[in-house]
Design a protein around this ligand. Structure first.
Ligand SMILES: [Zn+2]
Length: 261
């Protein structure tokens, strides 16, 4: 595991945000948990958003009960477009959509209701949709033995994740196209910004003006290489550097990701 630079802009900002919420880094993301730390680095922007959203109390949820408790505390607001998010996030999304419509554009959910709120079970199902076919593929390709694949299938789900990340270091990838880390394809079980109800996957992500309208309403792209995925931070773009986020250009889109110095 790479060392953590606690004096980096992101960690400085994160520690301020956590102390305002009377919690600590080790409470949301134990130092010895390499999966939690990886998740914090890949999806961490939501932890430094505005005061009117509630980030999750932990980087990795481990049960449906924990997710239900958090989602109830955060509050859920349905939208006319049949998706659910935290109230401030829905409010801003509907305003962004109204703005888009005045310009002859639209902002619509990709893959229906799955574009926004997800349950713990949804994240497990998505994990299995990548994990199980990849195990079959690598077994047929001779990179894993049947015994090894069976052992991995039988592990509790939270133990599958670190094993997969280890295999990926050897080029045995678990994304849908088997060419990159599974975490660039779907979130690890219990970790999605969609569980936090602060994420929305838009069909119109290729439209630069749509991305601009989203950002004008507090919605930014914060997960590198997840192109349709927007995160509600509830902040203006010029506030983001002071929250420990830095802009990175990828696939001609601008991502605001944690700045680890
Ligand atoms: Zn997404």
């Amino acid at each position: 595991m790479s060392t953590v630079n606690l004096s980096s802009p992101f960690y400085q900002s994160l520690q301020r945000a956590l102390s305002q919420r009377n919690t600590t880094l080790s409470a949301i993301c134990p130092n010895d948990d390499s999966v939690a730390r990886r998740v914090l680095h890949d999806y961490g922007a939501m932890f430094v958003g505005s005061e009117n959203i509630l980030p999750p109390p932990r980087c990795v949820f481990s049960s449906e009960e924990q997710v239900i408790e958090f989602q109830a505390e955060a509050g859920v607001a349905p939208a006319k477009i049949a998706i659910e998010l935290q109230p401030a996030a829905i409010d801003a999304l509907l305003k962004a959509r109204a703005q888009a419509k005045t310009e002859g554009l639209d902002i619509t959910p990709r893959d229906g209701a799955e574009a926004a709120r997800r349950s713990y079970a949804d994240t497990v199902r998505l994990w299995n949709s990548r994990f199980l076919p990849a195990l079959d593929h690598w077994t047929h390709a001779g990179r894993l033995t049947e015994d090894e694949a069976n052992r991995l299938r039988a592990l509790p789900i939270h133990e599958q994740v670190p094993e997969v990340l280890e295999l990926e270091k050897e080029g045995i990838f678990f994304s849908k196209d088997l060419s990159k880390s599974v975490l660039y394809s779907i979130a690890a079980p219990g970790t999605s910004q969609h569980i936090a109800m602060l994420a929305f996957d838009a069909n119109e992500f290729l439209d630069a003006r749509v991305r601009e309208i989203m950002s004008e309403h507090g919605w930014f792209q914060t997960v590198l290489s997840d192109l349709p995925h927007f995160t509600f931070l509830g902040l203006t773009e010029d506030e983001l550097p002071s929250r420990g986020l830095k802009p990175v250009e990828a696939n001609s889109q601008k991502f605001w990701i944690p700045d680890f110095g």
